[in-house]
Design a protein around this ligand. Structure first.
Ligand code: SF4
Ligand SMILES: [Zn+2]
Length: 111
């Protein structure tokens, strides 16, 4: 499940993030068909950060990043999503969850 291709890893990180936000929004904001406007804003912000990530091909997952380019409010929001949805990913999207765990072993680049 470990993915070395940076483009595929990035695509998987985006999919993982979106799945986590959907799980979180359904459970905490009662979203049915789509995520709510707040979660949509968070997702678009995070995807934009990922598209403009300066960490290069060896980037860690955002959860492991020592730079963390999210502004404090968005960082807090995405943390709440990860705290809630992280453990539940094993039920909803085991393949993505496994990849996410493997990615945690990648060392963040410093400096
Ligand atoms: S948090 Fe770190 S890894 Fe994630 S997009 Fe920002 S700089 Fe890149
Ligand atoms: Zn929501």
């Amino acid at each position: 499940m470990h993915e070395n291709n940076p483009d595929r890893r990035l695509a998987r990180e985006k999919r993982t993030l979106e799945c986590m936000i959907v799980i979180y929004c359904r459970a905490t904001h009662g979203a049915a068909d789509d995520i709510c406007a707040d979660c949509r804003e968070l997702l678009e912000y995070a995807l934009d950060r990922l598209d403009n990530c300066g960490q290069g091909p060896d980037k860690p997952t955002c959860a492991q990043c020592v730079v963390h380019c999210f502004n404090p409010a968005m960082r807090q929001r995405v943390r709440a999503v990860m705290r809630y949805a992280g453990p539940r990913m094993f039920l909803h999207h085991p393949g993505l969850a496994l990849g996410h765990v493997f990615d945690k072993f990648r060392r963040p680049r410093r400096g």
